[in-house]
Design a protein around this ligand. Structure first.
Ligand code: S3P
Length: 425
């Protein structure tokens, strides 16, 4: 249980652990590359450690010391049939991206996960992978895990993504590395492009133009990878500092890939003062320092085109919207219902307990601010981002807020409580 008290302001200079999406991809792509590559800034959270475990079971030699990882790649065709089932815990990213790689191997395996992952839809990857010739299946109508994958020879497809999802896009592109012909994925609203950036950096035959990515069967050459701090983790502190007048927070080395910076744009729309300094570009990934100054914020409307650029930040955005003056509407965000918890239902239930005025919409949320936040015992639903968003709400509450089942924070942000303690006074 995490216990949080009200604070007057937030002040300090921090950094946050490595980007989860990039850390997963770095281990997977180096695992199927030729040669060895070092990853620094790797996120040693439970999800990404699960990806390392999975690749080791597939025969890849990996050394890991905290945030430094060395992967000795086996080449595109070098993975070996695992002993037993691959258990990826809570990580949807590991399951969906690995399914793309496993679909093209010459062995069969089964991928499973924890109770939350067993409820999540896998038909979104199973359908396009079957079109490529894959033999893949889960349980029930939505192919939920465990997933059985029998590797096959694959053929290219040209696929329009029915949901804006980087995990689906990535699964298809990774399978495309094994497929005959040109595999194309088309998206109407661009989702995060870390897979594309890393494939290009490691020498894949890939081309990207307006909403369309094409990959050909190609081998990857290992290179060192630098992982920036995760903007999705930084978001908890960016949002808290932005909404607390008198705060001054510097967050160093944050990943600023434009497909991920929606939270900065929306908070600025709400009146936030957020500056970016020391911007650099590293193998296609931007990073820089953020300087946040606190002030009173006002409500806004977040429309569906923005959602993929801040999908994981909506829990903390909902908290901040409850503190802002006026109404905030978050629309076109139905995907929140199939995340680590049903985040629309979880947010409505738990923020209401804190005295916030929040309503469920079929595909989003409507929040009326400003609320006077009261103390309560709230539930994380075993969802790491819910737990951290509720902890941030506690910083603004009149009485103590207790977040139950907060251990899940280790999925993406080991050390969250310690960083939080360092900036409150
Ligand atoms: C991720 C993509 C997003 C995001 C998840 C990580 C990724 O999921 O919510 O936390 O690393 O590709 P979807 O692609 O399903 O939207």
């Amino acid at each position: 249980m995490l216990t949080i008290q009200k604070v007057e302001r937030i002040e300090g200079r921090i950094s946050v652990p490595g980007d989860k999406s990039i850390s997963h991809r770095a281990v997977m792509l180096l695992g199927i590359s030729r040669g060895s590559g070092k990853i620094d800034g790797f996120l040693p959270g439970e999800d990404c450690l699960g990806t390392i475990r999975c690749l080791r079971q597939l025969g890849v030699e990996i050394e890991q010391h905290d945030s430094v990882v060395v992967v000795h790649g086996r080449g595109r065709r070098g993975l070996t049939k695992p002993e037993g089932v691959l258990d990826v815990g809570n990580s949807g990213t590991t399951m969906r991206l690995m399914a793309g790689i496993l679909a093209g191997q010459d062995f069969a395996c089964t991928v499973t996960g924890d109770a939350s992952l067993l409820t999540r839809p896998m038909d979104r990857i199973a359908v396009p992978l079957r079109l490529m010739g894959a033999d893949i299946g889960g349980t029930g109508d939505n192919d939920s895990p465990p997933l059985r994958i029998q590797g096959k020879s694959l053929k290219a497809i040209d696929y329009i993504l029915p949901v804006a999802s980087a995990q689906v896009k990535s699964a298809i592109l990774l399978a495309g590395l094994y497929a005959d012909g040109e595999t194309t994925v088309r998206e109407t609203v661009p989702a995060r492009n870390h897979t594309e950036c890393m494939l290009e950096y490691l020498g894949a035959q890939i081309s990207m133009s307006d909403g369309q990515t094409t990959v050909r069967k190609s081998d990857l050459e290992a290179r060192d990878i630098h992982v920036p701090g995760d903007i999705s983790s930084a978001a908890f502190f960016i949002a808290a500092a932005a909404a607390l007048p008198g705060s001054h927070l510097i967050i160093e080395n944050v990943g600023l890939n434009p497909t991920r910076t929606g939270i900065i744009d929306v908070l600025r729309d709400m009146g936030a003062d957020i500056a970016i300094e020391n911007l650099v570009l590293d193998h296609g990934e931007a990073r820089g320092d953020l300087i946040v100054r606190g002030k009173a914020l006002h409500g806004t409307t977040v429309s569906s085109e923005m959602i993929p650029r801040l999908i994981d930040e909506i829990p903390v955005l909902a908290v901040i919207a409850g503190l802002a003056e006026g109404q905030t509407r978050i629309l076109g965000a139905g995907e929140l219902r199939v995340k680590e918890s049903n985040r629309i239902a979880s947010l409505v239930s738990e923020l209401s307990k804190l005295g916030m005025t929040i309503r469920e919409l079929p595909d989003g949320l409507e929040i009326e601010g400003p609320s006077c936040v009261r103390g309560a015992v709230v539930e994380s639903y075993g969802d790491h981002r819910m737990a951290m968003a509720l902890a941030i709400a506690g910083l603004f509450a009149q009485e103590t807020v207790k977040v139950r089942d907060s251990r899940c924070i280790n999925v993406s942000f080991p050390g969250f409580e310690h960083v939080l303690q360092s900036i409150v006074n």
